[in-house]
Design a binder for this molecule. Structure first.
Ligand SMILES: Cc1ncc(COP(=O)(O)O)c(C=O)c1O
Length: 343
């Protein structure tokens, strides 16, 4: 195996026995209705290639945000967009900075592309330490806002300062951007080193179809487009995503549900003895009153999956449940009570 990837471990892949999934921060309302309806009546020529760069979806996204189609790169999940960013802008051995704690796959994509991953601690409030992030003079800096797994957004003024002072590319990963008040999407023409990532896997309820996109100024987007594997987004996913973009009511309804239910789940967790952290997203990071591994395995036995971050630095003994519907939240809180009682 290549020396830079030899220590890689396989990604999270729980063995499923019909459990309710509150571990992946997908949309608890279920499949995107417009995309599902489209798939039911699907009749396409399987013999033809999709459009090379998914121009139909890029056009739909340009209309949605009031930008140009040339500001968009579309692919198989925002994970592909991460990979394309590193492939486009890093040389072997280049330093790439991301915060700790944040999305676990960043280091994987950096190292897979020959980069050196440097992780910089967030401050006590899980906000960016701007000077510390800038110090390694990274070729690429990457930060998710809202952050996964902590749930909070970073301050816009900190992101702006990083963009202004950094000589490298800055990726703001807005996988949970629909749930947040602030966004950098509309600022891509103001900062020529900014790439924003978005996905159809979360608020759009289409994780199964693997659609994600990057937004950047045209010169940056052109460079990434030239590097991206042509046809990487299949035709079915592209067409379904175009239908989903047209149905903004569903996205709005999904966000409203999270805004309503997040305080309810948060209060319920606190009542059970958890310490919770403020979230701008559809999940909550919570420090467990009992051993994290016992809690997560106990819930799995009772048919619910939540994500365990308890062995990672800065999130010791923490778990991350997705915010559910009222019914799901009550079920989760009830099962947690049972696991605690059994300890
Ligand atoms: C912060 C963050 N970025 C990117 C992704 C990947 O999303 P996609 O399904 O579009 O590849 C995730 C998925 O959980 C995420 O949490």
């Amino acid at each position: 195996m290549r020396s830079s990837t030899r220590k890689f471990e396989k990604y999270y892949n729980p063995q499923l026995h019909g459990e309710i999934r509150m571990d992946t921060n997908t949309n608890v309302l279920g499949s995107n209705p417009a995309a599902s309806e489209f798939l039911k009546h699907l009749d396409i020529d399987l013999n033809g290639y999709p459009n090379t760069y998914s121009d139909g979806l890029r056009g739909a996204l340009a209309d949605l945000y009031g930008l140009e189609a040339d500001n968009f790169i579309v692919g198989s999940g925002s994970d592909e967009m991460l990979d394309v960013s590193f492939k486009t802008f890093t040389e072997w051995g280049d330093t790439c900075v991301s915060p700790t704690p944040s999305y676990t796959l960043y280091n994987y994509f950096v190292e897979m592309n020959g980069g050196k991953a440097v992780n910089v601690d967030l401050d006590e409030d899980f906000q960016l330490d701007v000077d510390a992030m800038l110090k390694p003079k990274a070729k690429i800096m990457i930060m998710p806002s809202p952050n996964n797994p902590t749930g909070n957004c970073f301050r816009t003024k900190d992101i702006e300062e990083i963009l202004s002072r950094s000589e490298g590319i800055v990726i703001v990963d807005e996988a949970y951007g629909e749930y947040a008040r602030d966004s950098m999407v509309k600022r891509v023409n103001e900062f020529d080193n900014l790439i924003v990532l978005r996905t159809f896997s979360k608020a759009y309820a289409m994780a199964a179809l693997r659609v994600g996109y990057a937004i950047a100024s045209k010169p940056v987007a052109d460079m990434m487009t030239a590097v991206k594997i042509p046809y990487s987004l299949n035709m079915i996913s592209e067409l379904a995503a175009i239908e989903a973009v047209k149905d903004q009511d569903f996205v709005k309804k999904s966000v409203e549900l999270v805004n309503r239910e997040r305080p309810y789940l948060d209060a319920g967790l606190r009542k059970l003895g958890f310490e919770t952290y403020p979230s701008d997203s559809n999940f909550i990071l919570a420090k467990s009153p009992i051993d994290h591994a016992k809690l997560v395995s106990g819930l799995k036995e009772k048919g619910i999956l939540i994500r365990d971050f308890g062995t990672k630095r800065r999130t010791e003994n923490c778990v991350r449940p997705t915010v559910g519907t009222r019914e799901l939240n009550d079920l989760l809180l009830g099962k947690i009570q049972e696991v605690i009682d059994g300890c």
